[in-house]
Design a protein around this ligand. Structure first.
Ligand SMILES: Nc1ncnc2c1ncn2[C@@H]1O[C@H](COP(=O)(O)OP(=O)(O)OP(=O)(O)O)[C@@H](O)[C@H]1O
Ligand SMILES: Nc1ncnc2c1ncn2[C@@H]1O[C@H](COP(=O)(O)OP(=O)(O)OP(=O)(O)O)[C@@H](O)[C@H]1O
Ligand SMILES: [Mg+2]
Ligand SMILES: [Mg+2]
Lengths: 263, 263
């Protein structure tokens, strides 16, 4: 049974996709782990970020939104395509998710559709990561109900910390009202700019007070090579394996895996 | 009759709120213009960014989502509160917008609800700016149908340029299918980091080719004072009137107003 981790926060542009893609690649490559990256954001940016390593074997069977809307018991597995990164599969970007979200929210148990479509898929992988859109709509709720853990990225800005707070509130509602034992795996600090010390220390203090132990030890520094890798369509480990961004994400991957094992 | 400008793109975290707040403040303060900033994002970050200058005169009558859901002809004016910035009013952040979006999309002419709630409001202001959430859902569609122009912020990253593209496609559909003469006021380059020259020039080339004339001349450089101002809850002009961020947004405001007058 795979660990299922949602990468989510209400705030936009804090590194949900950059973190999902590079964590998935780091945890797959060179290990015996099989990892599935699910792109639940209609923007389809996981696919853009991995376009150079996708092995599009004549396309998968169905698209993600068709699987989620279907009344037959389809599995997300049907939408997974392999990549040239050993052990990493990904679902292709699906603009149809935007329109499908309204129709999914009309279903009975609207939050449980993805969970049910992962019943068999979970047995094929060691880890499933779900990249979420920047809101707490029905798709993000589906990711939270399908997941055991949620990883919350935030950069060191007041608006992003507020967004992470809003997601934590949603997690508490999911636990209490829907009785789903979702845990916060951690809060990961992204786009950390070493030069803006005063602003950082003020925000870091708020973060430490609010989340203490939950803050991942490994921070992700600001590093243009991460954006360059996205331009080329490959994980940071292919683009610049020795740069700071690659080291930070490799260390974060180890910390994430250790927390998943230890929990 | 006010000019109505939506500030929108599908991509998260590119500076929609930072641009909306600072443009609204720059175009109001010290001029005879009356400006209304509408926060159409359930995150409510315009309010966070202006918390120190809000003059909460015992709160306004209704919240924005109540006005949009009401069957009586309520006006957005009922939700506008003054600030200590001369000429600037703002609608308070409204988390209820998230849940209301589903109910608004059930209405006949779901995209026209905001436009109808601005009929009288438009006569009270010279400019109305609408900060949009990072998606192309019903709330963003309402902003596009209420607006005459749309300003599209993007930073110099491949994913953001793709997001701006997706918004332009939505604008074309709004023009063709809904026969609404929405124009693109411009594409504004945000968070421009002077140190990352190689990546920037590659992206800039794509942007120039795709949007040429539409790209605003004034770029907004990366400047931590903008995030510091948000932490304090005031526009950049109050926090650090002579910093680069303030100069860039003042110049952008002049360029935006010139385009609005010239069009
Ligand atoms: N550590 C980093 N250093 C430099 N740039 C980064 C870093 N992390 C992310 N970025 C850049 O910041 C932008 C936002 O990142 P990303 O798209 O992953 O965020 P997101 O939370 O997935 O956004 P959205 O809310 O739109 O889904 C991208 O342009 C990305 O290249
Ligand atoms: N020019 C700039 N220099 C430095 N930081 C900036 C700049 N513009 C925006 N920021 C910071 O970048 C982050 C994203 O900006 P902002 O929240 O305005 O984007 P947004 O597009 O409104 O995001 P969302 O999609 O979540 O609504 C914020 O933390 C903000 O402080
Ligand atoms: Mg993303
Ligand atoms: Mg915003």
């Amino acid at each position: 049974q795979a660990h299922v981790v949602a990468v989510a926060t209400v705030k936009g542009g804090v590194g949900k996709t950059t973190t999902s893609v590079n964590l998935a690649a780091a945890l797959a490559d060179g290990s015996n782990r099989r990892v599935l990256l699910i792109d639940l954001d209609a923007q389809g940016h996981c696919t853009t970020s991995l376009s150079a390593v996708l092995e599009d074997s004549g396309q998968s069977g169905a698209s993600l939104h068709e699987i989620l809307l279907s009344d037959e018991e389809l599995e997300v597995l049907d939408a997974a395509v392999p990549t040239s990164i050993e052990g990493l599969d990904v679902t292709l970007g699906d603009p149809g998710l935007a329109d499908a979200e309204g129709r999914i929210s009309q279903k009975i148990g609207k939050e449980l559709v993805l969970r049910d479509a992962l019943k068999i898929t979970r047995t094929h992988y060691d880890l499933i990561l779900i990249d979420c859109p920047p809101n707490k709509g029905t798709l993000t709720l589906n990711a939270l109900l399908a997941a055991d853990q949620v990883l919350i990225p935030t950069d060191l800005s007041p608006l992003s910390v507020q967004g992470a707070d809003q997601l934590v509130e949603t997690v508490l509602t999911v636990r209490d009202r829907l009785q789903h034992p979702l845990e916060v795996l951690g809060v990961v600090l992204t786009r950390v700019d070493g030069r803006t010390v005063t602003l950082n220390s003020e925000i870091l203090e708020t973060i430490e007070e609010a989340w203490g132990e939950l803050v991942m030890e490994q921070q992700i520094g600001i590093n243009t090579r991460l954006a360059q890798a996205q331009l080329k369509g490959e994980p940071i480990f292919e683009h610049a394996p020795d740069c700071r961004g690659a080291r930070h994400y490799r260390a974060l991957a180890e910390e994430v895996w250790a927390r998943l094992q230890g929990l």
